[in-house]
Design a protein around this ligand. Structure first.
Ligand code: NAD
Length: 365
């Protein structure tokens, strides 16, 4: 059986890290006898320049025909002033892509490799032995999508609307509880139930869903407290389940506890079955953006994207062994002392994207 992977490199460092990752995926597929077919398409500023739209119809069609999508990053100063704003890469490509592909669940593992403890912004005693938190973020509802949204005709006021339905909360809660079952069986649901009506509904529905998961310990936490607890005592968390905007912010905060955005993968899963009817369709991308400040210099850290490919093998292709092979290779590379500039300690020598990729490839085989 062959698997079809849509490859959307995007802007900035996107092409550098995605092409490095495709090399790792090819090698992994060869090692495990998996038939992967890659097809590239345009997205983001690159697509806007070539076609006038950051998410061309052909790109969306290719994604729909694929088993999984590997995405780099989009955006950069070149497109920040594009008019109308709905044609800017993030608004015009990322949000509609998630919506169109029904990707409602965003899984962001924030894992601190013990060898990188010194890269964390926290004191060593708070993170000793590493960290392993999974943020499960709702991705297609809430304030980023609610209507009405926009400026008043006189430009003097603006409105965004936060809406959640019971069904939206229920399906993301199930993803969170299922994920907790694969881990340490603790789920912390994060909301702002003391102020927001949507949060009160969120808490009510999550509590109901918890009845089906008596083996998972559920707790609730207000988002402002969670932001504090993440830097005060991050080891208390196993799975954090939260809505779209809170998840956007908390997952970046959790990311920094691990030392570098360049290390963090993500998976976005949908309800749709992939084309082979056996696995879950998903989109895989690093948590970081297009890093225009270092684009084209060959120094970007490819590990977040490589680890995203591991999640792709696990969740969309059902190839857990291949996923583990990639994750183990990355861990070995770090143990061997290889560092890109973003994770190197002061004075420590740094290698570039290609050398880091080669180091991972050498440990795969
Ligand atoms: P960013 O994540 O691109 O960069 C933040 C900082 O981290 C920069 O100093 C960058 O050099 C560094 N960095 C990020 N990834 C790295 C890597 N792999 N290796 C080494 N260093 C890395 O965030 P930003 O600067 O706020 O945004 C830049 C552009 O990316 C903007 O146009 C923004 O809209 C876009 N963006 C896109 C996505 C996405 O495509 N999913 C996400 C966030 C931001």
């Amino acid at each position: 059986m062959s698997f079809h992977i849509a490859v959307l490199a995007g802007d900035g460092i996107g092409p550098e890290i995605v092409h490095a990752t495709v090399e790792v995926m090819r090698a992994t597929a060869g090692r495990f006898g998996i038939d992967l077919r890659f097809q590239e398409a345009l997205i983001g500023g690159a697509a806007y320049d070539a076609t006038g739209h950051p998410l061309p119809a052909e790109t969306l069609a290719l994604c729909r025909q694929s088993d999984a999508v590997l995405l780099g990053a989009v955006g950069g100063p070149k497109w920040d002033q594009v008019q109308p704003p709905s044609l800017r890469p993030e608004a015009g490509a990322l949000l509609p892509l998630r919506k169109e592909l029904g990707l409602f669940a965003n899984l962001r593992p924030a894992r601190l490799f013990p060898t990188l403890s010194s890269a964390s912004s926290l004191r060593l005693d708070l993170i000793e032995g590493g960290l392993d938190i999974l943020v499960v973020r709702e991705l297609t509802g809430g304030i980023y999508f609610g209507q009405p949204k926009g400026r008043s005709p006189d430009g003097q006021s603006a409105v965004d609307t936060c809406v959640y339905t019971r069904a939206e909360i229920e399906r993301i809660a199930r993803v969170g509880f299922e994920a907790a079952r694969q881990r340490n069986r603790r789920l912390c649901s994060v909301d702002k139930a003391n102020v927001l009506e949507t949060s009160r509904l969120w808490r009510e529905v999550v509590t109901e869903v918890a009845q089906s998961y008596p083996d998972v310990e559920l707790s609730h936490m207000l988002v402002d407290n969670c932001a504090m607890q993440l830097v005060r005592n991050p080891r208390q968390f196993d799975v954090i389940l939260t809505e779209n905007m809170f998840g956007d912010i908390l997952s970046d905060e959790a990311a920094m506890l691990t030392g570098s955005l360049g290390m963090l993968p993500s998976a976005s899963l949908g309800t749709a079955r992939s084309t082979n009817e056996r696995t879950t369709f998903g989109l895989y991308e690093p948590v970081h953006g297009s890093a225009p400040d270092i684009a084209g210099q060959g120094i970007a850290n490819p590990i977040a994207t490589i680890l995203s490919a591991a999640l792709l093998f696990r969740y969309s292709l059902g190839q857990a062994q291949a996923a583990e092979a990639i994750e183990t290779a990355v861990a070995r590379v770090l143990e061997a002392g290889y560092r890109t500039a973003d994770i190197a300690a002061p004075g420590e020598p740094a290698i570039g994207t290609q050398d880091m990729t080669r180091a991972v490839l050498e440990r795969l085989l």
